[in-house]
Design a protein around this ligand. Structure first.
Ligand code: TNX
Length: 542
C-alpha cells in the first residue's frame, strides 16, 4: 500500500514536471523516431562543417547550411573535407535510409548528419535548423540569441515518395521570384514536388517557340470576373503574363537545388479556351471566336480530337518535355464538357469509325493517344481522375481530386495514384467559417487545418499490394480569387504543412494536438522567414 501511494505520488510529480517543461523539440513534419537527450551543442565561434563525400550536391547542401548559419549568427562557418568538424556530413551505405532518409545525431561535442543521398542530407539540414532558435531563419544577424541545439538522435524517412503542392498560375499569374519563394517554403517542409498548373481557360503561361500565338494571344484576357462565380461583375483591365523558356529553366534549376521536382501541367481537352483563342481551328470550328475567358468555372469550348490537334499538342509537349526533366507530365483531363462533341458530325463519325460506345470513350481515346506519345518519349502521364471515365489508358497515373474513389479505382486496376481530395487538400477553400471569421473571398467550401490534418491516404478497402499504388499526397491551390503572392502564402500555410506531415510521418506518429503544439513554435520560424500564413502577425492586407 505504501509503495502504491509512493508510486502514485511519483507519477503525479512526473506528469507535473513534464507539463511544466515545454518540449525542446518541435519538428514539422514529425520524424519517424526522435530520442530526446540531455545537454546541448553550442554553436562555436569558429565553426567547421566537414563533408565526407565528394558529391557536389552534398557539398552544396553543406554550403546552404553554412550560409544560413552565417547569415543569422554572424559566425562564419568553414567547410572542409573529412570528418573532423563539429558538424559532420557523414556518408552512409545503408539501403535502409533510402533515397530521402537520414540520421541526425546531436551531442554536446558534435552534430552528425548521415544519409545515403544528397536529398537525405537536405532533409537532415531542414531538421537541424528546426532544432535551433527560430532566429536562424532570419535574413540578418540576430543578436542576444543562445545558439544552442538540444541533444537528440533522429532517424527519419518519408512515408510516401510523392509529396506535392500544386499552384495554379493561369487564373492569376505570379512572377518568378514569387514562384521561387513558394519553392523555398515547401522545401522547408520536406515536400518534394511542385506541380505547376501552367495552362487553363483564363490564360496560357508558358512560352512555346513553335506556336507563339499561345502566349501572344493566349496569355492575356480582356477582363477578370470579380467575386463569386458568374456574378457578372468584371474588372475590365486586361490581365496577363507568362514565363519565357529561360525563366522556366531557371525555376526548374532552383527547385532541383532544393530537391524538388517540377511537374508541368498542360490542360487538355477541356480548360483549353486560351489555346482556342489563338488557334480556334483546334476546337469546334476555325470560325468560332473564343476569348481567353475572364469567367471562372467549366466552359464548353474544348479541343477536338482531330489529327491537327494531336499534331499541335505533340509539338507543344515536345518542347515541354525538353524543358522539364520530370518523370511525370500532367495533361489535365478534368472537367471536359462533351456538349460540342455530341453536337458535332465529325465527333459522332469518329466514335463510329473507332468502334467506341460514346463521347466518354472518345475522351479516353484522346488521352490514350497523348499517353502513347508521352510514354514513347520515356515519360509518364498523370491526369485528373476524370481520365478513368471511358477506360484508363495503359500507363496513366491518376490524381484523385473528386474525393478518394478515383485513386482507389486506379489502384485496384494496378495504376499508381496520388491523393488530392477536395475535402482535405483543396487549399483554395476557406480556413474558417467566413460568417464568424472574416477572410478574403474564397471558393465555397470550408477546410480548416484540423480537417486537412485528419486525412489518411491509405484506404482500408485496398489490399497491401494495392496500397503500394498510392504513391503520395498533394495539396492544390487554385487561384481564381488569389491575386497576389502574399495571398498565395496565406492560403497555403499552415495547411500545406498538415499535408506535408501526412505525406511524411507514419500514421501512428501523427497527433493533432501535438502537431498544433509544434506548429505554434514553427510559426516563429515562418515569421522569421516573413511568410504570410493564415493568422500571421504581419500585414495580411492584400
Ligand atoms: C475544380 S480540380 C477544378 C479547377 C478549379 C477548382 C476550384 C480540377 C481538376 N478542376 O479548375 O479551379 O475546382 O476549386
Amino acid at each position: 500500500m505504501k509503495n502504491l501511494v509512493l508510486c502514485i505520488a511519483l507519477l503525479c510529480l512526473t506528469i507535473q514536471f513534464s507539463e511544466a517543461q515545454p518540449s525542446r523539440y518541435a519538428l514539422v513534419p514529425q520524424p519517424v523516431r526522435l530520442d530526446e537527450q540531455k545537454g546541448d551543442f553550442k554553436v562555436p565561434a569558429n565553426l567547421v562543417i566537414s563533408v565526407e563525400s565528394n558529391n557536389a550536391d552534398v557539398r552544396r547542401v553543406a554550403e546552404m547550411l553554412a550560409a544560413q548559419l552565417g547569415k543569422a549568427t554572424g559566425r562564419k562557418a568553414q567547410i572542409k573535407t573529412g570528418k573532423s568538424g563539429s558538424i559532420v556530413f557523414a556518408s552512409a551505405q545503408s539501403p535502409k535510409l533510402g533515397q530521402e532518409g537520414y540520421l541526425l545525431n546531436v551531442t554536446p561535442r558534435r552534430i552528425t548528419l548521415t544519409a545515403q543521398q544528397p536529398n537525405g542530407f537536405f532533409y537532415a539540414v531542414q531538421s537541424l535548423l528546426q532544432l535551433m532558435p527560430s532566429e536562424v531563419f532570419g535574413a540578418s544577424v540576430a543578436s542576444g540569441v543562445d545558439w544552442s541545439v538540444p541533444c537528440c538522435s533522429i532517424e527519419d524517412q518519408p512515408r510516401y515518395g510523392y509529396r506535392g503542392v500544386m499552384l495554379d498560375v493561369s487564373r492569376h499569374f505570379y512572377p518568378v521570384p514569387a514562384v521561387k519563394k513558394v519553392i523555398d517554403e515547401i522545401a522547408l517542409h520536406k515536400i518534394n514536388t511542385f506541380h505547376w498548373h501552367l495552362t487553363d481557360d483564363q490564360g496560357w503561361r508558358i512560352e512555346i517557340k513553335k506556336h507563339p500565338k499561345l502566349t501572344e494571344i493566349g496569355s492575356t484576357r480582356k477582363e477578370t470576373m470579380l467575386g463569386q462565380y458568374r456574378n457578372n461583375k468584371y474588372d475590365k483591365t486586361p490581365y496577363g503574363g507568362f514565363y519565357t523558356q529561360d525563366q522556366i529553366r531557371e525555376v526548374i534549376k532552383y527547385a532541383q537545388d532544393r530537391f524538388i521536382t517540377v511537374i508541368p501541367e498542360i490542360e487538355m481537352p477541356g480548360h483549353a479556351m486560351a489555346i482556342l483563342s489563338a488557334y480556334p481551328e483546334l476546337g469546334s470550328s476555325a470560325d468560332k471566336i473564343v476569348p481567353v475567358t475572364g469567367t471562372w468555372g467549366v466552359h464548353e469550348d474544348v479541343l477536338f480530337p482531330r489529327e491537327e490537334t494531336f499534331q499541335f499538342l505533340q509539338e507543344v509537349l515536345t518542347e515541354v518535355i525538353d524543358l522539364f526533366p520530370s518523370q511525370y507530365i500532367h495533361i489535365g483531363g478534368d472537367e471536359c464538357p462533351k456538349t460540342q462533341w455530341i453536337a458535332s458530325r465529325f465527333c459522332q463519325d469518329l466514335i463510329k469509325k473507332l468502334g467506341l460506345k460514346d463521347e466518354h470513350e472518345l475522351q479516353s481515346y484522346f488521352i490514350g493517344r497523348i499517353d502513347k506519345f508521352i510514354t514513347a518519349k520515356g515519360r509518364k502521364m498523370i491526369g485528373w481522375d476524370e481520365i478513368l471515365e471511358g477506360g484508363l489508358s495503359p500507363n496513366a497515373t491518376v490524381m484523385s481530386w473528386r474525393g478518394v474513389d478515383g485513386g482507389i479505382a486506379a489502384a485496384r486496376q494496378g495504376h499508381d495514384a496520388i491523393m488530392t481530395p477536395t475535402t482535405y487538400f483543396y487549399l483554395d477553400y476557406y480556413q474558417a467559417d467566413p460568417k464568424t471569421t472574416p477572410q478574403p473571398l474564397s471558393i465555397g467550401g470550408l477546410l480548416p487545418l484540423e480537417k486537412t490534418y485528419s486525412y489518411d491516404p491509405a484506404p482500408d478497402s485496398l489490399t497491401a499490394e494495392q496500397q503500394k499504388h498510392i504513391i503520395g499526397v498533394q495539396a492544390n491551390l487554385w487561384t481564381e480569387y488569389v491575386k497576389t503572392p502574399e495571398h498565395v502564402e496565406y492560403m497555403l500555410f499552415p495547411r500545406a504543412i498538415a499535408m506535408a506531415e501526412t505525406g511524411w510521418t507514419p500514421k501512428d506518429r501523427k497527433n493533432i494536438d501535438d502537431f498544433k503544439r509544434r506548429l505554434d513554435v514553427h510559426k516563429k520560424r515562418l515569421d522569421a522567414l516573413k511568410i504570410n500564413y493564415y493568422g500571421a502577425p504581419i500585414n495580411t492586407d492584400f
